[in-house]
Every structure is written in C-alpha cells, then in structure tokens.
Design a protein around this ligand. Structure first.
Ligand SMILES: [Zn+2]
Length: 214
C-alpha cells in the first residue's frame, strides 16, 4: 500500500508491502510506534487477502514501565477490531543495563529475532534532524538497519507515525498506548518519549487523546 503521511510541511509517501511469508513477528512495546506498525501490517494483510493465513506473533521485552501490560491491552484491542488472533510472547527477559536506559537490550532483540526465524518487524525510528526538532532531549544513539528484522519506520518522524493510525482509521488505539519511559502510569513530560509524543501531535495540529491508565 501507499499512504501519504504527516502534516503538509512534513509530508512523506510511505510504500509498505509484505513479502510472501507464513509467519510474521513484531516487537510490541505498548507505545504508538509499534501500534502503528501492527496496524500497517494487519491492514496490508487484509488488502492482499492474507489475514488469517499468515500467523502473527508479538514479542514484548520486559520493562518496569508497563510495556508488557500495555502491549497485552493493545493486542486485545487490535484482535477485536480486526477479528483475528495474535500470539503474544510476553515479558522476555531484558538486561538490567537496558532497563536502566529505558530500552530493549540489543542482544535480546537479536536473539529473539533469530529464534523466531520468520519475517520480523521492529518499529524503531530515529530522532528528527536538528532543523525540525523542537524539543531538547535526545535518544543518545541511532538505530541501524539489521538483516534479522525489518525496520520500515527507520526514516519516519513521530508525526508521520501517529498519522498512520489516523489514516488507517485505527486511532482508537491511541488512548491505550503508553509512551513515557520513566513511569508506568501517566507521563513525566520530561523524557525523550514524552517530548517526542507531544511534538508529534503538535506537528499534526492534533490534541493527544491521552493514555487511559492501566
Ligand atoms: Zn516521560
């Protein structure tokens, strides 16, 4: 499928296709990006007549900020909406160092993808460039392509990712997605994830519907 994303000043045409496969995997964090990617995958499977014939497994790596719980809630909502089933491998052990940084350990991601041995997707996206970024924080690293998993959002910006949910009419999921990487319930408004989410909605001239607490 092809969709035009983002506000006019950040317009991006996304082409998304899924190669022939019988099993798809996706890393689900419980946030907006993995929700947008799952929405894209499910919609593309419907449009190519493959929903129900391709198995989908979501993988969630443990974090103390509620990712396993938010991801489980989001998956249920998607299963109901798309009338399909999604397997969930939840609470995969993370490392203490990665938990400390609020991220998934890279070696754990790699090992999970290797073990799955199917078409794996990761919704990572890099920081906006300095000329358009209007907030202070930073990721402190950048994601790179990896042959073990697909990263179709690598060069997309937060407003474009959020817009996927609206363009595919799956924005009902937004109040169930949690973004803060510092606290399990609510938002700190200071971490990179909180700042990026606020920036994303602002760029789209939309009001964040806010997360319904677990
Ligand atoms: Zn936060």
């Amino acid at each position: 499928m092809k969709i035009i994303l983002g506000p006019t000043h950040l317009e991006h045409e996304l082409t998304f296709t899924i190669p022939p496969t019988d099993k798809i995997g996706i890393f689900m964090s419980g946030g907006l990006d993995s929700s947008a990617l799952l929405s894209l995958i499910l919609t593309e499977l419907i449009e190519t007549g493959r929903l129900g014939t391709v198995s989908i497994t979501a993988f969630t790596i443990e974090k103390p900020t509620g990712e396993p719980e938010y991801a489980a809630r989001i998956l249920k909502k998607f299963e109901n909406h798309f009338e399909t089933t999604i397997s969930h491998v939840n609470n995969i052990a993370n490392t203490a160092a990665a938990i400390q940084q609020g991220r998934m350990d890279h070696a754990v991601v790699v090992q999970t993808a290797k073990t799955f041995n199917g078409l794996m997707y990761l919704s990572s996206n890099n920081m906006p460039s300095a000329d358009i970024k209007e907030f202070g924080g930073g990721l402190g690293f950048s994601y790179r392509p990896n042959s073990l998993y697909q990263q179709p959002f690598l060069n997309l910006l937060k407003p474009q990712l959020i817009d996927i949910l609206y363009k595919l009419k799956t924005d009902f999921i937004i109040p169930y997605a949690h973004s803060c990487s510092k606290q399990m319930v609510g938002k700190c408004n200071e971490c990179y994830s909180c700042e990026e989410r606020t920036w994303g909605f602002n760029q789209l001239s939309l009001t964040d519907p806010e997360t319904i607490d677990l």
